[in-house]
Design a protein around this ligand. Structure first.
Ligand code: BDR
Ligand code: CA
Length: 315
């Protein structure tokens, strides 16, 4: 049995990440913690509850965490994923918002790590604010985790939100810095960077159309919430004329490390000051800083396995 906690920011691909985690045999999702990112915090929680409802898993506890970055900012990604982060598909029967637990997400992370020391597989697919706060509230928190996997950052300075910065890191660069330094000094954090998603893992439109044609309720829900992201990607090609997704890769490699094909270890930091490069992850490939690696970068994974996992989740 693997124990998982997901920390998400409520986008379409966060929903896919949840779908994978919720449907893996031998995986127990202990909690889903929410952080502001793609959408504001209340909407993140609502989106998470909606996915849980479609997957008949409303018993999984949902916790609301940080609504702003460590410095107090928030910029959503509504233009890309839909104003509600999930394609603006109306929900005729929304789950009641009071299903969100009263305990703060960061307290829940600390508590669960005490209840299951060394067992939690923590997977983060949004800005890293909750994780940074957890470390600051209890410096021993990372040591009680089994591992940490995240989608975010970049390895060659290729960005999506600015020319050089990836959205999750850019939203809260200080938090990303705290996580890379704090957690990464204890164990290498497995990182799925932006370039890996858009340069090394093209999904053909035929394949994606097949996945979106899965006729189950889950399959049709998944297809419906994709539409805005699909049309954005068709309009603004992400380096190739194929489809790309992001967050589900973090869950896939966290739960099934055997699908990792190519990884490398490196010491990485986050640019906090640059006028035009703030939020960029900088990898010390030439060992200029002489520091031990703090991240394991996922460069290539077995894409067909992830797509099979997704299809199974939707069937
Ligand atoms: C990341 O940003 C968010 O919009 C996505 O959900 C993903 O986590 C990609 O940069
Ligand atoms: Ca996300």
């Amino acid at each position: 049995r693997q124990l998982v906690v997901l920390d998400v920011d409520g986008g379409v691909d966060d929903a896919q990440a949840m779908m994978l985690a919720l449907t893996q045999p031998h995986v127990q999702v202990l909690a889903i913690t929410c952080v502001a990112g793609n959408v504001h915090l209340d909407q993140v929680c609502q989106n998470v509850l909606r996915v849980l409802k479609v997957f008949s898993r409303l018993e999984v506890p949902v916790f609301a965490g940080a609504s702003l970055s460590l410095l107090g900012t928030h910029v959503d990604a509504g233009h890309y994923l839909g104003q509600d982060g999930m394609g603006d598909v109306p929900d005729p029967d929304p789950p009641p918002a009071d299903l969100v637990q009263s305990e703060h997400a960061v307290s829940a992370l600390l508590r669960l790590s005490g209840e299951y020391p060394g067992e939690i597989n923590l997977i983060a697919t949004g800005p890293l604010t909750n994780l940074a706060l957890a470390l600051r509230m209890d410096p021993d928190f990372p040591a009680r985790l089994r591992k940490l996997t995240l989608m975010g950052g970049n390895i060659y300075g290729l960005g999506n939100v600015t020319p050089s910065a990836e959205y999750n890191f850019w939203c809260d660069p200080e938090a990303a810095h705290v996580v890379l330094e704090g957690y990464g000094s204890l164990f290498p954090i497995t990182v799925v960077p932006w370039e890996t998603c858009v340069q090394d893992h093209d999904i053909s439109w035929d394949t994606w159309d097949d996945i979106c044609a899965i006729p189950t309720e889950r399959g049709q829900f998944h297809a419906a919430i994709q539409q805005q992201m699909i049309s954005t990607q068709k309009k603004h090609r992400l380096f190739s004329a194929h489809f790309h997704t992001f967050d589900p890769y973090a869950v896939a490699v966290a739960l099934c490390p055997e699908i990792l094909c190519k990884t490398f270890y490196v010491y990485a930091r986050v640019e906090l000051k640059g006028d035009i490069t703030r939020g960029t992850m900088v990898c010390d490939y030439n060992d200029k800083w002489g520091k031990p690696p703090n991240v394991q970068v996922v460069k290539k994974l077995h894409l067909p396995s992830v797509l099979t996992m997704l299809c199974k989740a939707l069937e």
